[in-house]
Design a protein around this ligand. Structure first.
Ligand code: F6R
Length: 260
């Protein structure tokens, strides 16, 4: 696991954007497939990608994208549905074909069938070239909460009280945060060729430390990434914490894209 510590969230965003640009540069074979997280952590990266598209001609034409997760029970077009968030924050401002941007369908009457369909679609599309991840304060990735099996696939699951409280900032009232969600499983996520997890701010420090240096355990779902052959953690100083040396000892601190 490669660890990159940068000054602030904007620098982290540029590093994640570099990884996306690198993935897009592979111009042979099947379409480049990006895995997109929502939440606040990747927003500086998305801002930077929109800027590079606008100012530098970085093109997403021919690429396709898969979202990690989605709330259940929000009506289609709800401003906090992840499909809507990614459209508003990113894909509407790029030249990616909107039909090539996929999300688990949280509006289906049968969510289990929606999960199975999404897993099938992902499998049929081949591996994700670059998966962008955030991390929950409790170590979740996607919406795989503590206790999620490492072998899990896309499924319906339930948010912990902590994650609902953390995400309440996006909703009018805390009670409006859905309880149930669709999420890619941990085995689905780790099927990506390359993973870049971005974590910023002090509230992520404990989860980052556990991910890098704690025991590999389903109690901290992000520890599944320790076995991934090409995973980079992009941290700002606040998320890395004063014990940066501890992270250095446990992982490999370097610059983005420089080896594994
Ligand atoms: C969102 C997702 C979640 C978030 C995590 C951190 O698609 O998969 O795992 O990445 O909850 O959220 P933020 O970035 O808002 O702190």
């Amino acid at each position: 696991m490669e660890i990159v510590v940068l000054d602030d969230p904007r620098a982290c965003g540029r590093a994640v954007a570099d990884a996306v640009a690198e993935a897009l540069a592979r111009d042979t074979g099947p379409p480049v497939t990006l895995g997109l997280a929502t939440g606040s952590s990747p927003l500086p990266a998305y801002t930077e990608l929109v800027r590079r598209h606008r100012d530098e001609g970085l093109s997403f034409a021919g690429a396709r994208a898969f979202l990690l997760d989605e709330y259940l029970g929000l009506p289609a077009g709800h401003p906090q549905s992840y499909r809507e968030v990614i459209r508003r924050e990113l894909t509407d401002h790029l030249d990616i074909d909107p039909a090539a941007v996929h999300a688990p369908d949280g509006t289906r009457a049968d969510p289990e069938a929606a999960a199975a369909d999404y897993e099938r679609l992902l499998a049929a599309s081949g591996p994700v070239d670059l998966q962008i991840l955030g991390i929950g304060g409790n170590g979740h990735i996607g919406f795989n909460e503590p206790g999620s099996p490492f072998g899990s696939r896309t499924r319906v699951t339930t948010l912990t009280a902590r994650t609902r409280a953390d995400n309440a900032r996006f909703f009018t009232r805390p009670a409006d945060v859905p309880h149930r969600v669709l999420t890619q499983g941990l085995a689905t996520i780790t099927g990506a060729r390359r993973i870049v997890l971005v974590a910023t701010g002090e509230s992520k420090r404990a989860a980052v430390a556990a991910t890098v240096a704690g025991p590999v355990t389903t109690a901290v779902p992000a520890t599944v990434l320790r076995d991934h052959p090409h995973c980079t953690l992009v941290l700002d100083r606040a998320a890395a914490g004063p014990d940066r040396a501890g992270l250095v000892a446990a992982g490999q601190v370097g610059t983005p894209g420089r080896g594994r």
